[in-house]
Design a protein around this ligand. Structure first.
Ligand code: NIG
Length: 385
């Protein structure tokens, strides 16, 4: 079926043929058929395109944007860690160690319990305008449990990332390299059929730069895209290592050196900023203004997980990026849509180019600035995808 959404006050296309960064059109319309964008243009041209079989919808002057691409989440978990959050707010620092609590709860959950949790979380995201979500494994940490998480996550998205290297599980304490061996061989072999990418948490208390490099290399050998959690809790040599490796994205990047920023700016690697984690761990926010000005390609994502960032709201991340990190509302929206698509390696997501996926979100607002201007308010009115 062909659908035509007309009378759009502001249409954000992220299509460079319409000009500035977000390719914004006013008094516009968009048409799609079978989930693919077939036409974008001025509302005054709409009558020429209408025929008997076209479903015509009226946006009543509202803003329409591409669905958010949440390119970094840890949605496949059971349990919650609100007490840990409360003690952080009372001054205790975040540490990688809390992950073990969620590993225990996740291992104890049945397949159906995990499936129900994921279904609810993906629905919660969709209601807030997220039409594509990446989901990491990482709360299983045995072959059996990592495969189980990957398979269940695959029921909800095509973007599943293997994060067997999230932390070293308790059973391998003191024998960390043996766990890295397992991740790079048998665990990776078993999980590979269900995932498109591999990730590693490179940080004190998780994996070293050398261990992370081995893990990325093992993923690349199997043809997986590579991502890394880097410079989240402190400066690290991991950023430049990962850029030379050619990772699709470096994620977090809260503590970057000038050399890290140069390396990122000169590469095709996307830097995925996760302001929800800096909010929830009480860390400083990265200076996104400096990153964008240096020419780094920036994405924004929620990092939804029970430890460091229990939010599913991309609009919340946009609001922080604008208020605290120096991005303009337009840059932040691009990062939350096209930036995320770039991190996932998709050209047909995150924009309304002809032939792109018709993931269309109508806002209860006249323009996209309201996403930051009205923090904490879900402005999403209708979603098509
Ligand atoms: O991206 N850094 C590693 N993983 C998550 C935290 C997971 C947790 O604390 O449970 C993150 O912040």
């Amino acid at each position: 079926m062909t659908t035509l959404l007309r009378n759009i006050g502001e249409l954000v296309t992220n299509d460079p043929r319409w000009g500035d960064r977000c390719g914004i059109l006013h008094d516009a319309a968009i048409e799609w058929a079978d989930g693919i964008v077939t036409w974008v243009g001025a509302d005054s041209e709409v009558t020429e395109r209408m025929n008997g079989g076209t479903e015509v919808l009226d946006a009543l002057g509202r803003a329409v944007i591409p669905g958010f691409i949440d390119s970094h989440t840890h949605l496949a978990f059971a349990g919650e860690r609100s007490l840990e959050f409360a003690s952080r707010m009372a001054g205790k620092p975040y540490s990688a160690g809390g992950i073990a609590t969620t590993v225990a709860a996740t291992r104890a959950a049945s397949d159906d319990e995990l499936r129900d949790l994921l279904r609810d979380r993906v629905a919660e995201m969709r209601a807030q305008g997220t039409t594509t979500v990446e989901i990491k494994t990482g709360y299983g940490l045995t072959i059996e449990h990592e495969v189980r998480l990957a398979k269940i996550a695959r029921e909800f998205t095509e973007y599943v990332t293997f994060l067997g290297a999230h932390v070293v599980p308790d059973e391998y304490r003191g024998n960390e390299d043996a766990y890295v061996d397992l991740v790079c061989t048998e665990m990776l072999d078993a999980v590979s059929p269900f995932v498109t990418a591999i990730d590693v948490f490179c940080e004190d208390g998780a994996f070293s730069v050398e261990q992370s490099e081995r893990i990325l290399a093992a993923g690349t050998e199997r043809g997986l895209r590579t991502h890394i959690h880097a410079a989240q809790l402190g400066p690290s040599k991991s950023v430049q290592m990962a850029v030379s490796h050619g990772v699709a994205s470096v994620d977090h990047g809260t503590f970057l050196s000038d050399a890290d920023i140069r390396a990122l700016a000169e590469s095709d690697t996307v830097l995925t900023l996760l302001p929800g984690s800096d909010f929830s761990t009480g860390q400083p926010y990265p200076d996104a203004r400096r990153l964008v000005d240096a020419g780094v390609t920036v994405a924004l994502a929620t990092n939804c997980n029970p430890g460091s960032s229990y939010t599913s709201s991309m609009a919340f991340c946009i609001a922080i990026a604008v208020r605290e990190m120096g991005m303009t509302p337009t840059e932040a929206l691009w990062a939350a849509t096209q930036g995320g698509a770039n991190a996932l390696g998709s050209t047909i997501l995150g924009n309304f180019g002809i032939g792109s996926s018709a993931n269309v979100v109508e806002l209860d607002a006249p323009n996209h600035i309201h996403l930051a201007y009205r923090p904490g308010v879900n402005l999403v009115r209708r979603v098509w995808s």
